[in-house]
Design a protein around this ligand. Structure first.
Ligand code: NI
Length: 168
């Protein structure tokens, strides 16, 4: 396992639509195995493969000690609305308030190619939407009317949880 470099917002790889994974082989497993220590080291609670410059539909989320590995994830159902602070490991030091669906159901494959569904709400739902956006070349700042809405995480620290401040 190795820690890979996380690219920042100006890198064009974050604006590409990533490619579907078709072989669930050792190189996919190596990527996933590297993404975990990379995310933890950052530290963060979510990471998409294009954030480590690999344009494939692969992402991981780790919240409350539960790791979810997502390959070729797709939102199949979403409902409600939540507004909360959100940050991203590719936009270090900043957060903004972003409106997201309150609950989502995601269909994905695991590292062996087996299909599964996962339901999320609150921060997990936010992270699922954030990571799937990454895989479609979208960043949370795209939802803001102006970059003036970005707040330095230190200025928002009273309102922002440690997990949110860590970034997804
Ligand atoms: Ni992010």
């Amino acid at each position: 396992m190795a820690i890979r470099r996380i690219v920042t917002a100006e890198d064009p790889v974050l604006r590409e639509r990533t490619k579907k994974v078709s072989s669930f082989d050792a190189s996919l497993h190596r990527l996933l195995d590297d993404m975990l220590p990379t995310m933890r080291d950052a530290p963060g609670v979510g990471l998409a493969a294009n954030q480590v410059a690999v344009p494939l539909q692969v992402a991981i989320i780790e919240i409350d000690g539960k790791l979810t590995e997502l390959v070729n994830p797709q939102i199949v159902k979403s409902s409600g609305e939540q507004v909360d602070w959100e940050g991203c490991l590719s936009i270090p030091g900043y957060v903004a308030e972003v409106t997201r669906a309150a609950k989502v159901t995601v269909k994905a494959r695991d590292r062996h190619g087996k299909e599964f569904r996962v339901k999320g709400e609150e921060l997990f739902a936010r992270a699922l939407q954030h990571e799937i956006d990454h895989l479609n070349g979208r960043l949370y700042i795209d939802y803001l009317d102006s970059l003036d809405e970005l707040v330095h995480v230190r200025e928002a620290e009273d309102e922002v949880t440690e997990e949110t401040a860590a970034g997804i």
